[in-house]
Ligand binder design. Structure first.
Ligand SMILES: Cc1ncc(COP(=O)(O)O)c(C=O)c1O
Length: 428
């Protein structure tokens, strides 16, 4: 039985009596034991529809047979080696990533440079990927001007880049930053998608600009193509690195392999993580040729990153997600999801403020006294559907990319019911 207000009733003091886990996350009183595709099962074998996929991680869903086979086989061969030696899959995975970015379009080929000379650094999480990207941007500024390098990193309102001190310094959210001040010096913020505001930035002090081409945690906001163009021009004018954080929106989630591939602006550095190894911890930073050639042995490193287990699984993920028919499926089910959500918007205009996103990263912003966390809770109570919240009062949907049309229809029938319940609650 799920308590109506599990968010409140599972405060850290209650959790402390029942669990030795640090109470950083309010959790509903359900213990999951296994899953298949987009379905999760709890200890009583009750089914749930996973419309969240481990926060945009389980792109291939749970228990994908190819992922399971790769893990089983690799676990019996070699799990860890360190980066002091080559393993069978690190190179292969890096090549797959680079080829997927350089692609076949002439302008992309020209931008990224010789595919053999674009390079990948593997790590274990999104935070680590961004930390590396920020360091590489600072190193590049030193190469340009050893005497007086620019050190500024510009990020944007509502951004989320991670929780380590560097990535946190690029995450302008007081709730996350304030308890841990002082942050790393040199970070500043400008409003997301606001071209005019870029005029207020002291560009000569900037060595790197980091942004999500579609913000996730911040409330699901896709970038405007003109904003990316303006940033590209500003970065080029001072030699600053443009870093795209596609940790949440990349690897098929938008309906293209990478969100920025919907447009024509390419980054100097791309950071990836979440879905890369379908749930095994893994991050990656991809550097275009002009950047890669300046990063030298010893500049950065990792013990676990790029190990044979994670990189082998990532090869499976990249192979499957990269297939045109797979991405077509994402587009098809996304169109259905948007159609149904827009219909709900029209039906509950006082409760639903906006539907936004792209592909299978979708935000439903609420209004009129309806609260996103209550929507999340009601989805669980009325239909065993798992969704989460994001930003200010937005319900975030990031189902596995293998979600079916029937599952989308079922989820939307529950959202309909929940919006009706919320409407009645607000009127009371
Ligand atoms: C866009 C973005 N960047 C960075 C991160 C941090 O990734 P991780 O939690 O793997 O460190 C996240 C996590 O939600 C994210 O969504």
């Amino acid at each position: 039985m799920i308590c109506n207000s599990w968010k409140r009733s599972f405060s850290s003091s209650v959790r402390a009596k029942t669990s030795n886990l640090l109470g950083l996350y309010p959790q509903p009183p359900i213990t999951f034991t296994h899953g298949t595709k987009s379905t999760l099962f709890d200890t009583a074998n009750k089914k749930y529809l996973d419309f969240n996929s481990g926060i945009a991680v389980n792109a291939l869903g749970h228990n994908d047979p190819d992922v399971v086979e790769a893990i089983r086989d690799q676990a019996g061969k070699l799990i860890h080696l360190s980066n002091l030696y080559r393993n069978e899959y690190g190179d292969k995975c890096a090549t797959m990533l680079v080829n997927g970015l350089v692609g076949t379009d002439d302008f992309r080929k020209k931008w990224w440079g010789e595919a053999d000379n674009c390079k990948v650094f593997f790590c274990n999480s999104g935070t680590e990927a961004n930390e590396a990207a920020i360091k590489f941007a600072r190193k590049m500024a030193r190469i340009r001007n050893a005497e007086s390098p620019a050190t500024g990193i510009l990020s944007f309102s509502n951004a989320f880049h991670g929780r380590s001190m560097g990535a946190l310094s690029a995450t302008p959210n007081l709730k996350y930053q304030a308890p841990f001040a002082p942050l790393v010096p040199g970070f500043s913020t400008s409003p997301y998608n606001d071209i005019a505001a870029l005029d207020a930035v002291d560009w000569n002090s900037i060595c790197g600009v980091i942004l999500e081409p579609m913000q996730g945690e911040g409330g699901v906001f896709p970038v405007k193509p003109e904003f990316l163009k303006a940033l590209r021009a500003r970065c080029d004018s001072v030699g600053a690195m443009l870093i795209f954080d596609e940790i949440q929106c990349g690897v098929g989630r938008s309906g293209k392999m990478y969100m920025h591939q919907w447009g024509t602006v390419c980054p100097d550095i791309l950071s990836l993580a979440k879905p890369l190894a379908n749930g095994l911890p893994m991050g990656a930073v991809v550097l275009r040729e002009t950047v890669a050639k300046n990063i030298k042995p010893g500049d950065h490193g990792t013990t676990f990153g790029g190990g044979p287990l994670a990189t082998r699984v990532a090869c499976v993920v990249l192979e499957k997600v990269g297939k045109p028919e797979f991405l077509k499926h994402v587009e098809t089910v996304s169109a259905l999801l948007f159609e149904r959500l827009h219909a709900l918007h029209a039906k509950y205009p006082s409760i639903i403020k906006e539907v936004r996103g792209k592909g299978l990263l979708v935000g439903l912003e609420l209004q009129g006294g309806a609260i996103a966390s209550r929507f999340v809770e009601l989805c669980l109570l009325h239909g065993d559907v798992l969704v989460i919240s994001a930003g200010s009062n937005t319900v975030r949907m990031a189902p596995p990319l293998v979600i079916t049309e029937d599952e989308i229809k079922y989820a939307c029938s529950i959202f309909d019911k929940v919006a009706g319940v919320l409407e009645a609650e607000v009127k009371k």
